[in-house]
Design a protein around this ligand. Structure first.
Ligand code: PNS
Length: 176
């Protein structure tokens, strides 16, 4: 990554996250990123600050991501250890993409972006909004609803739905 604000950026975008699991909101942001990038690297962080036990291992999350984006050769999915800024530099990413759903996301994202910039002044962050109908969606809500037997078909791709059902059991369609 360049340290000069005037220098053009590489058109490789890094889209990092926990993706536990990947939702339609994440998918929307990754695909939208292709409007401004030639390639998107979706990266599952091993070292995301987890205050809870993840529902899926990093390997399982990666498998789901790869299935979900199997139709799009410009999106690749990897995992990374350590600092985001180091990984961004390693893969030659021009910028880091994060989804912004609502004002409530802003504070955390702003803090993280500024911290990353302190560590690596050349790092650029680009925030993209998912489609409005996905703006309420989060992986944590999907996990909770799935865990409690609710339907999450409208919020995740079939590959993810399958995994959620394997993990948490089939939702009771008799209505609960
Ligand atoms: O989907 P999430 O959990 O909001 O993603 C957070 C993530 C993975 C982007 C963040 O925790 C991260 O960048 N982790 C890598 C370690 C790192 O660089 N931490 C310092 C952040 S300022």
């Amino acid at each position: 990554m360049t340290a000069s604000p005037a220098a053009p950026l590489s058109r490789i975008a890094l889209y990092p996250g926990s993706f536990d699991p990947v939702t339609l909101g994440h998918e929307d942001v990754a695909r939208r990123t292709l409007r401004v990038a030639d390639r998107v690297v979706v990266a599952v962080a091993h070292s995301a600050s987890q205050t809870r036990q993840p529902a899926f291992s990093v390997e399982e999350r990666l498998e789901m991501l790869r299935e979900v984006f199997s139709d799009e050769p410009r999106i690749s999915c990897v995992s990374f250890q350590g600092l985001l800024v180091d990984f961004a530099e390693k893969i030659g990413a021009g910028f880091v993409v994060r989804g912004l759903r609502a004002v409530s996301d802003f504070e955390y994202e702003f803090q993280m972006a500024q911290m990353n910039r302190e560590m690596r002044p050349g790092v650029e962050f680009l925030f993209l909004m998912p489609d409005a109908h996905l703006s309420f969606l989060s992986a944590s809500l999907v996990r909770e609803v799935a865990r409690l037997g609710g339907e999450v078909d409208a919020f995740v791709s079939p590959a993810v739905l399958r995994r959620l059902r394997d993990r948490f059991g089939q939702a009771d369609r008799g209505g609960r």
